[in-house]
Design a binder for this molecule. Structure first.
Ligand SMILES: Cc1ncc(COP(=O)(O)O)c(C=O)c1O
Length: 420
């Protein structure tokens, strides 16, 4: 791995500090993961140099035999892993993947519905500041008091507003999605159902979560979260999608290129192919199932230590902590206190947050990275205690320093990126 170091001391120095941070901190942002050394090598390859506008065998530039091969390999692996008919691996990330779905299925001004951002939805599912709400008529649905999707509201929006596209999926929703419910509603009004599995792709791939393939017309994902690949996006079209519109795969491809993007990032696509190859191995099933076991153990530990969780637990890789028993709008303060103590997570709005998105009342954390490091339920119990102690006494710098030292020792027992 040494060869990845460049000879620019200023850049090297910054990267070296980041390597150390990733080794010594409990990184618990649920949308992050640690890629394998092989994925790192693939994205650091000379494929970065190549322009490959177009699609395999239909490129606008010469010299693309190898990029064709790598892109076709990524597509073939994704089709096999998820069991879908068509895959586009070119979106630069999750947001452009989602934008391409709007481009492929709607005209500007058409109606769309998705979960509101403060309730766990993603910006690109029609939140007001996103282009998806500026160029389309977005009507958002919410979660109920118990933190679960309000299906009465989804049905009401479907009946009254007839959205042409329904989004299912989230960025901060700790429960499994009932894809079937969404699919019934979408079918009744002849809408497209797009399921965004950005967060749970690894759990679906590993068979721990139900697959949306038989319910959705389109599935989008990022490749860098639980799937443990490089930063990228994919759009998949299912058999159901092609039955609804036989031209859907072509429309998706045209929406990505030339609709939204120019040259694909073939070095990233090589990293995606590598990660998909890893996800196809039997060990990945164990990894995915351990992520959820760890999240459940962590949730238990937090609750045993009197920390309130949205929906009182988790079915996924992530946990949403409701900090309102300690005060309103404390998310950022507690995220900073935890960072001082060696735990990196993010402040997050909670459903019906009494504060603003800039000063949210929750924190969001997850277990993909800790699981990649090899930690199990035993460690989660201890980590839950550390987090609860810091939350309850978040102004206690001495406590943060003490926990930080213990966390450095814990991290050393679960080494990563040895040799880097
Ligand atoms: C559900 C969901 N969709 C899409 C995205 C967008 O991904 P990106 O940040 O890669 O654009 C995210 C990112 O967190 C997400 O959580």
């Amino acid at each position: 791995m040494k060869e990845l170091n460049c000879t620019d001391p200023e850049v090297d120095n910054i990267i070296a500090h980041e390597v150390l941070r990733q080794k010594e901190v409990l990184n618990m942002i649920p949308s992050e993961n640690y890629v394998s050394p092989n994925v790192l090598k693939a994205i650091g390859s000379v494929l970065v140099n190549k322009y490959a506008e177009g699609y395999p065998t239909k490129r606008y530039y010469q010299g693309n035999a190898n990029t064709d091969a790598i892109e076709l390999l990524a597509i073939e692996r994704a089709k096999k892993l998820f069991g879908v008919e068509h895959v586009n691996v070119q979106p630069h990330s999750g947001s452009p993947a989602n934008f391409a779905v709007y481009m492929a299925t709607l005209e500007p001004g058409d109606t769309v519905t998705g979960l509101a951002l403060p309730d766990g939805g993603h910006l690109t599912h029609g939140w007001k500041v996103s282009a998806t709400a500026k160029f389309f008529n977005s009507i958002q649905y919410h979660v109920k008091e118990d933190g679960l999707i309000d299906f009465d509201e989804v049905r009401k929006i479907a009946k009254e507003n007839k959205p042409k596209l329904i989004w299912c999926g989230a960025t901060a929703y700790p429960r499994e999605f009932p894809f079937e419910e969404f699919s019934k509603i979408a079918d009744e009004i002849n809408a497209y159902l797009a399921v965004d599995i950005a967060h749970i792709a690894g759990l679906v791939a590993g068979g721990v979560h139900k697959s949306p393939v038989s319910y959705a017309h389109i599935i989008t994902t990022t490749t860098h979260k639980t799937l443990r690949g490089p930063r990228g996006g994919m759009i998949m079209v299912t058999k159901k999608g092609l039955e609804k519109d036989p031209e859907l795969a072509k429309k998706i491809d045209k929406a990505v290129f030339p609709g939204m993007q120019g040259g694909p990032h073939e070095h990233t696509i090589a990293g995606i192919a590598t990660a998909l190859g890893e996800a196809l191995k039997p060990e990945f099933k164990d990894y995915a199932s351990q992520i959820v076991k760890n999240a459940k153990a962590l949730a238990e530990s937090l609750m045993e230590n009197n920390i309130k969780l949205v929906s009182n637990g988790t079915d996924t890789h992530l946990i949403l902590v409701d900090l309102t028993p300690f005060g309103i709008g404390l998310g950022k303060y507690i995220a900073v206190a935890l960072e001082n103590a060696g735990v990196c997570l993010n402040a997050n709005s909670i459903p019906k947050d009494p504060s603003t998105p800039f000063k949210p009342s929750g924190i969001r954390l997850g277990t993909p990275i800790l699981t990649t490091r090899g930690m199990k339920e035993k460690e989660m119990k201890q980590v839950g205690k550390y987090i609860a102690d810091v939350i309850k006494d978040y102004q206690n710098i001495e406590l943060q320093n003490k926990i930080k030292q213990e966390i450095i020792k814990l991290c050393a027992e679960f080494p990563v990126y040895e040799g880097l």
